[in-house]
Design a protein around this ligand. Structure first.
Ligand code: HDL
Ligand code: ZN
Length: 431
């Protein structure tokens, strides 16, 4: 990853005085910059049943399932009883043939098919299925990463997911483009289940976490850090998340997770504002959001100055709050336009207010991709909005009387799309 950071310094200084030049070079640099995608649900082929790729996975993405349920007379349970190809055929017909693919998720699939040279106006999936049947997984993966200009991705690794544990038990062949993140939702948000899993894994745990449980939970986390060398520890948190928090979650974060992060030099990523299972019938597609209380983030940053916090919030109404909180705490790094915010209109708004309040000290985006080929739309769509927002800000600087150089644009874009995250990871910390 270092080579991605060092290449930028080779570019000669070219003071840009005119708005048109600034816009041209900003667009070029943003398009060409290799990104480090710091939150995804992607896995390399070695993770077998966890990997998602191809037209059937693209079309059964839970974003599209939610949209399908609005377009057809069908209960989610009926849909789930269909085979995956049958589900994909139904989604294609309902959302792409009998409706115009106007939503971000459907328009994204159109972009993916076009990027792969497939017909996004096809009446069925025959052509797409033939294409994906003939690809060589490793070549295809390399081609997608290269075309999306993704230098590396961070997975979401759940030590409470039996499929994931099985892969690690088999000693998977790792791929240096895929990095790990230790996801702790079950431990922190569902203590009865987390306790059960800790005990099943050989770690004693009391019904209400006590001092002995804290030691065991820390042993569990240390063991997984040793096993997967994560770049950060992560948790998604509900919109009513409070800090200091009572109950198991507050105690485990304070006495287990934050000390572990400090001892291992790892950031703690909090993804705040999700309201799980708003419509349980929709399964993965059934989650919603709520406006969260950003003072919880402020208190954590204030109480734990030696911890570094990566934070993304799910409510559009929390974005300005998060920018202001980041101005108060240098150990707080806002990241991404998460989930329901990953739409061009909102990515534009969030990026602009972040530039105005934080300069380049934030992580502009993560893809959250679950299916490999989604990189071919999530990043182009984000790059476009980031580029337009950044160019407008540079034009303001130039119109106020200070030229910008190409080297500065490259440095700034590198920070927003890769370096602000990489500088927080252990390897960079030790460098
Ligand atoms: O909790 C998360 O990491 C979220 O990103 C969920 O996985 C969500 O379902 C999602 O895919 N959002 O894009
Ligand atoms: Zn995610």
């Amino acid at each position: 990853m270092t080579e991605i950071v060092e290449n930028r310094t080779a570019v000669p200084q070219q003071p840009l005085h005119g708005a048109e030049d600034v816009r041209l070079h900003t667009a070029r640099v943003v398009q060409e910059m290799a990104v480090f995608d710091m939150h995804t649900h992607l896995f390399p082929p070695a993770f077998t049943e966890l990997t998602r790729s191809g037209i059937d996975d693209l079309l059964t993405y839970h974003y599209l399932v939610a949209e399908l349920m609005r377009a057809v007379e069908m209960r989610p349970e009926q849909f789930r009883r269909l085979t995956k190809p049958a589900q994909a055929d139904l989604v294609w017909d309902a959302l792409f043939v009998r409706n115009t693919p106007l939503s971000e998720a459907t328009c994204g699939v159109v972009a993916v098919l076009s990027a792969l040279g497939l017909d996004p106006s096809a009446p069925n999936l025959t052509e797409a299925r033939e294409f994906f049947r003939d690809v060589t997984p490793s070549d295809h993966l390399a081609r997608v990463f290269d075309r999306a200009r993704v230098g590396g991705v961070v997975m979401t690794n759940d030590p409470f997911d039996t499929r994931e544990v099985r892969v690690w038990d088999e000693g998977p062949e790792l791929d240096d483009r895929f990095h790990t993140a230790l996801r702790l939702d079950t431990l922190l948000n569902d203590w009865p289940e987390g306790r059960k899993r800790l005990i099943a894994a050989g770690y004693a745990a009391a019904a209400e976490p006590d001092a002995a449980t804290v030691v065991q939970a820390r042993r569990f986390i240390d063991a997984w850090i040793a096993r997967m060398a994560p770049l950060y520890l992560a948790v998604s948190l509900p919109d009513d998340f409070a800090w200091p928090g009572d109950g198991p979650r507050g105690l485990l974060i304070r006495d287990v997770v934050l000390p572990a992060c400090r001892d291992h030099g790892l950031p703690f990523a909090m993804m705040i504002g999700v309201r799980r299972a708003v419509n349980p019938e929709l399964h993965d597609a059934g989650d919603g959001l709520g406006r969260a209380d950003v003072t919880a983030v402020q208190r954590m940053c204030a109480e734990h100055p030696d911890n570094r916090f990566l934070v993304t919030m799910l409510s559009r109404e929390n974005q300005h709050d998060l920018c202001v909180a980041a101005r108060k705490f240098s150990n707080l790094m806002p990241f991404g336009c998460w989930w329901f915010l990953n739409n061009p209109s909102i990515v534009s708004e969030i990026t602009r207010e972040r530039l105005e309040m934080l300069g380049t000290s934030f992580i502009a985006q993560h893809s959250d991709a679950r299916v490999l080929e989604q990189l071919l739309y999530k990043w182009p769509h984000a790059r476009r909005e980031i580029s337009l927002a950044l160019a407008d800000q540079y034009v303001r600087v130039v119109e106020n009387g200070r030229p910008v150089t190409v080297a500065e644009i490259e440095r700034d874009v590198g920070r927003l799309l890769a370096d602000n995250f990489l500088q927080w990871t252990p390897s960079r910390q030790s460098a």
